[in-house]
Design a protein around this ligand. Structure first.
Ligand code: PBG
Length: 318
């Protein structure tokens, strides 16, 4: 085999996968009550945007050839139901309207569809009187959020709350509101992962009482279960499915790839980004090379596109 590795040209000729700018989705945070972009300490290089700085950033990403963004909102007010998530003047809806007018159909505007950034208790759904997440009551609210996001200009809605039946509920809500052309990217195999730590800083979410999401996100000891979640979401009408996080779950991406033929997304999450940045800042690894290696590995495992905070910095390298 070594004969095929002798020159860079030869290696390029026989390379099995190539990471491309068109595989990248940039996650972006937009916050309501700030007048200047606010850096996120645990995610060097990532900021919470104002509506204005978000517009500038999305123009820049479009200029780099990045085809898509996914938006997360940080509202000024949180309440137990997370009502800002579907308020037509909620932070993400305002952002979507601005961006839709700026970039139109030149960029895919995705909206993360969940309640955790909007609820005062930090859970992804409504709580019942015993403090447990009420799956079925939450579904109606997800429908409201989907319609508000589609009305504001989302090209894709991406439910990340891991409620059972969420894809079907959202599909029905969208169809009823005549948004039958808006696809759903389901966070189907989403693990209760410690790699989301920095994200909780980014969206100012603290789960009340030191709780966690193990009651609804997947146990990371399970692999077959992820395939079952994917099959369920597809049967409910998901157009694309996601595996999250990425690096510790390449086996799940590969198994999903072998089983389904819809587009598969992978989310290289906040903690994966933070680890890479921290090691690179210490000079312990070559940050650029490690970033390309990780993202290419995710593609090699079978992902069609990758949500990554590295999008803007790797795009010029590709
Ligand atoms: C839920 C959501 C989370 C992330 C994306 N959507 C947080 C969670 O489930 O706790 C994490 C993304 C990341 O860590 O980069 N709205």
């Amino acid at each position: 085999m070594r004969r095929l590795r002798r020159t860079a040209a030869l290696r390029g000729l026989v390379a099995e996968v190539e990471l491309s700018v068109s595989d990248l989705v940039a996650p972006l945070f937009v916050r309501e009550d700030i007048i200047e972009p606010a850096p996120i300490e645990s995610m060097p290089g990532v900021v919470q945007h104002t509506q204005d700085s978000l517009r500038v950033e999305v123009e820049r990403l479009a200029g780099l050839g990045i085809p898509a963004v996914i938006l997360f909102g940080i509202p000024a007010r949180k309440d137990p139901e997370g009502t800002e998530a579907w308020d037509p003047d909620g932070v993400v809806q305002v952002a979507l309207r601005n961006l839709a007018s700026d970039v139109g159909d030149d960029m895919v505007l995705m909206a993360d569809l969940c309640l955790d950034e909007y609820t005062s208790h930090g859970h992804c759904g409504l709580l019942d009187d015993r403090g447990r997440v009420d799956n079925d009551l939450t579904l109606d609210l997800y429908g409201n959020v989907a319609i508000a996001q589609a009305e504001a200009g989302a090209d894709v809605v991406a439910p990340s709350g891991m409620m059972d039946g969420q894809v079907l509920a959202i599909r029905d809500a969208l169809d009823e509101a005549e948004f039958d052309d808006i696809p759903i990217l389901a966070y189907s195999a989403k693990y209760a992962s410690s790699f989301y730590g920095p994200f909780r800083d980014a969206v100012d979410v603290t789960i009340e009482g030191g709780g966690d999401r193990k009651g609804y996100q997947q146990d990371w000891r399970n692999g077959r279960e992820a395939l079952e979640e994917i099959r369920l979401d597809l049967s409910e009408g998901a157009d694309m499915v996601m595996v999250k996080p990425a690096m510790a779950y390449l086996d799940i991406i590969a198994r999903a790839r072998a089983e389904v033929d819809v587009p598969i997304a992978a989310y290289h999450v906040s903690g994966e980004y933070a680890m890479l940045k921290a090691a690179a800042a210490n000079g312990w690894i070559d940050g650029e090379a490690a970033a390309l290696e990780q993202l290419t590995a995710i593609k090699r495992a079978g992902a069609d596109f990758i949500l990554t905070y590295l999008s803007a910095e790797v795009a010029p390298l590709l």
